[in-house]
Design a protein around this ligand. Structure first.
Ligand code: WT7
Length: 617
């Protein structure tokens, strides 16, 4: 690794240890090398208001400048930034210059609608280039984007618009997935029926099927982009490093999803550093992160990271199995993808179809693979390594979270690998496993995954709820960040993440709260009470299983079960559809009335029910 050599370290591991011990010096160096500042920072970390840490506080910067503006002044101007392939198979490409101009035009459109620095814009789009353009346009003018994943539905969209108080929503007439149209505009209409705050809906034409356009509120993106106000010249706002870049909602232990806030300055430093060191992106790579821009993986490693590094990337609109299970391998071959970053659930899903599908393709362009979202089981790891990587590509199993903004525990290409382990803390990150008292856990002992030092891309707060930020992440063990995962470290200091210790269920790598599924169920007229738990599932990792107490007068039968499953799907989105609904007469509860999901789970798995002393009798 050039950096380790340049700094005179004997090896990368020595450099990694140095970067953790001297994390402020390390991050300052990264902030200087990898991104440009309008006004350089003089202070690296301000912890005077901890845990509301501030990074590079007095510097001025804008992530859109580092993603686009600076490249168009160099030879990269004409380099391909984005190669987009639709589910149908046609493609569109954008050079840095083309993307830069589109972003400028759309930034001017947003400005003309009165969107100002600090305003929140909700983006609800499918996997099309316009999602990248819309996010960067917000960043450029200092507005915060709040992206809602296109697979979410009415309820999820509505609560997020309300919480963010977005005046402007950007959506599409629809999106393609598995050859079918997802009715994004219709869902948006339903979601904003009860959101008087929304004044303008900008609609991208994607599927061209008929949608209702409300006069005075709904405007076509293409028409706006053709207006004189959509000039291709737009000054980028010079922002304080701590100026908020976006909020992204994610599920937590209780109640409604929380809007996690990320900053312009620190966030880009964390993202650029990890993409550079851990996924090892180089000038001539063809990089493909197969996630959706609507999740944090897409925010960091599709929209911002690759552009900051001046890389060429591929983005694919649709389903991995459309029209056949070789679609991904076909894409890798046709574009010569060199680095592929995806999730264990996708690997397991494609593995099911057998090796004949990937074997039909020349995958020899691949040189490095990545995994993210949940623990990767050794069987899937080995398949990914042997069949996709042809025993020739290291796998970077990257542990991180929406909260952390960028990779935290991950190998780099020089790290000896163990299938299923994310190996060690990344550069500048001090992760550990501790017991409930906060003491360092011994080797192979299960404990809580924590981060000891602050890091630049950490979340700054929960939107409108700073108390919850402190309580959720900084209270369980005072002074350190608690991730909400359990893990252990082996005798080599390698981390093995076990899973969530709160009421979050990871379904196909998607993060869902039991509380959200339960409230979707209870919103159906037949349901009096509901409980949701996650149980192991071969492809999805975990699947949602639910228990329902019906109101008087309703009969438990297959029809009602199907209706309730469909109801949750409609309210929250297809990813939240439960596997089943079990009708029960009562639920195990504590004396204070909290549902004991742990007991439901133990019963379902045939395991001992544990301590029942607080169970209501
Ligand atoms: C949770 C965070 C990070 C972007 C996508 C997920 C689990 C994530 C791994 C991994 C084991 C992992 C954790 C974490 N997780 N990556 N490589 N190995 N577990 O972000 O939706 O905020 O979910 O995903 O449980 O807490 P997220």
């Amino acid at each position: 690794m050039a950096y380790a050599r340049e700094k005179g370290f004997a090896d990368v591991e020595t450099m990694r240890q140095w970067s953790i011990e001297n994390y402020q010096e390390f991050w300052a160096d990264m902030a200087t090398r990898l991104v440009d500042w309008y006004v350089p920072f003089s202070k690296v970390l301000d912890d005077s208001k901890a845990p509301f840490y501030q990074w590079f506080n007095d510097g001025k910067i804008n992530i859109a400048h580092n993603a686009l503006d600076r490249h168009v002044k160099t030879w990269r101007k004409n380099k391909l930034a984005l190669i987009w392939e639709s589910e149908k198979g046609d493609n569109k490409t954008y050079s840095y210059w083309q993307l830069f101009k589109r972003v400028n035009k759309f930034a001017n459109v947003l400005k003309s609608m009165g969107v100002k620095k600090g305003d929140r814009v909700t983006i609800y789009l499918p996997r099309i280039p316009e999602i990248v353009i819309a996010m960067l346009a917000c960043a450029k003018i200092g507005a915060m984007h709040s992206v809602v994943y296109g697979g979410f539905s009415v309820e999820a969209l509505q609560t997020r618009i309300q919480d963010a108080q977005s005046r402007v929503v950007i959506t599409a007439d629809g999106g393609y997935m598995n050859g079918k149209v997802i009715e994004l505009k219709k869902i948006t209409d339903d979601a904003i029926k009860h959101s008087p705050v929304v004044e303008i809906v900008i609609v991208v034409k994607r599927t061209d099927h008929e949608v209702e356009m409300q006069q005075g509120r709904d405007l076509w993106y293409e028409e706006l982009m053709a207006l004189p106000i959509a000039s291709p010249k737009c000054e980028t706002e010079q922002l304080d490093a701590e100026h908020p870049l976006y909020m992204l909602y994610t599920s937590g232990t209780t109640g409604t999803p929380k809007g996690l806030v990320h900053s312009h300055g620190g966030y880009q430093v964390g993202v650029a550093t990890t993409l550079h060191f851990n996924l090892d992106i180089k000038e001539d790579d063809v990089y493909w992160c197969a996630a959706d821009p609507g999740w944090v993986t897409g925010h960091s490693y599709i929209v911002y990271g690759p552009l900051m590094l001046g890389a060429t990337q591929v983005m694919y609109e649709g389903a991995p199995t459309f029209p056949f299970p070789n679609r991904w391998w076909n894409i890798v071959e046709r574009y010569g993808v060199t680095v592929l970053y995806t999730a264990p659930t996708a690997i397991r899903g494609l593995m099911r179809f057998g090796e004949a599908w990937p074997n039909r393709h020349d995958l020899s362009s691949l040189r490095l693979l990545g995994s993210v979202g949940e623990p990767i089981n050794p069987e899937a790891w080995r398949w990914y390594h042997r069949v996709i990587g042809r025993n020739n590509c290291p796998i970077m199993d990257t542990w991180w979270q929406t909260e952390t903004g960028s990779m935290m525990i991950t190998p780099n290409p020089t790290t000896p690998l163990k299938p299923g382990s994310g190996t060690r803390s990344s550069f500048g990150i001090d992760a550990d496993v501790v017991n409930e008292q906060g003491e360092h856990a011994s080797d192979d002992e299960d404990g809580l995954l924590i981060i000891r030092n602050p890091w630049p891309s950490m979340l700054r707060t929960i939107y409108n709820n700073p108390d919850r930020y402190i309580e959720q992440y900084w209270s369980r063990i005072p002074g350190v960040y608690t991730a909400g995962d359990s893990a252990r470290k082996d005798e080599d200091g390698y981390f093995w993440v076990i899973g969530r210790i709160d009421d979050v269920i990871k379904v196909s790598g998607y993060r869902l709260g039991t509380a959200e599924v339960e409230s979707a169920l209870v919103s159906h007229p037949s349901v009096a009470e509901a409980a949701a738990i996650g149980l192991p599932h071969e492809v999805k990792g975990n699947a949602i299983h639910t228990y329902v107490i019906l109101k008087n007068g309703y009969e438990a039968n297959q029809d009602l079960e199907d209706t309730l499953i469909a109801h949750v799907g409609k309210m929250m989105g297809p990813i939240a559809r439960p596997e089943n609904v079990q009708f029960v007469a009562s639920l195990p509860k504590t004396r204070s009335g909290k549902i004991m999901r742990r007991v439901l789970k133990a019963r379902a798995l045939g395991l001992p029910e544990g301590d029942l002393s607080t169970l209501e009798q």
